[in-house]
Design a binder for this molecule. Sequence first.
Ligand SMILES: [Zn+2]
Length: 127
Amino acid sequence: MKAIEFNVKYQLNRICAIVEDMLALSGMMRVSFGAIYQRCGKPTCWCADKNEKGHLCTRLMWSDNNGVKTRSVRQEDQQIVKEAVGQYREYKEIRRKFRIEVIKLEKLLDEFERNATKNNKLKMGYL
Ligand SMILES: [Zn+2]
């Protein structure tokens, strides 16, 4: 096998491994995980004081066609949500690498095409 063909197949295997890494992240959530201050609404609570910011609450934020949405996360679900958000961050990073590697594959295929067409021209001589 010629070097360029070897390089194309090697690059293809790299891309396959990257895709496998992405497919392993099926538990991801496309949300951001943050904390905001919120008043609970009870008139006797300390947070009713205008000088207080309120209770620190963990919230999920995401946007859809209707705008930005937020939802609070139960204490017992926080760990699993953090992991799911982390998976999405990891997915985006791997996806970025995937695009770079696909561009490299395209360049290798361009090189393969140039070499193959040049070599085949030489073999026949009269074309
Ligand atoms: Zn309160």
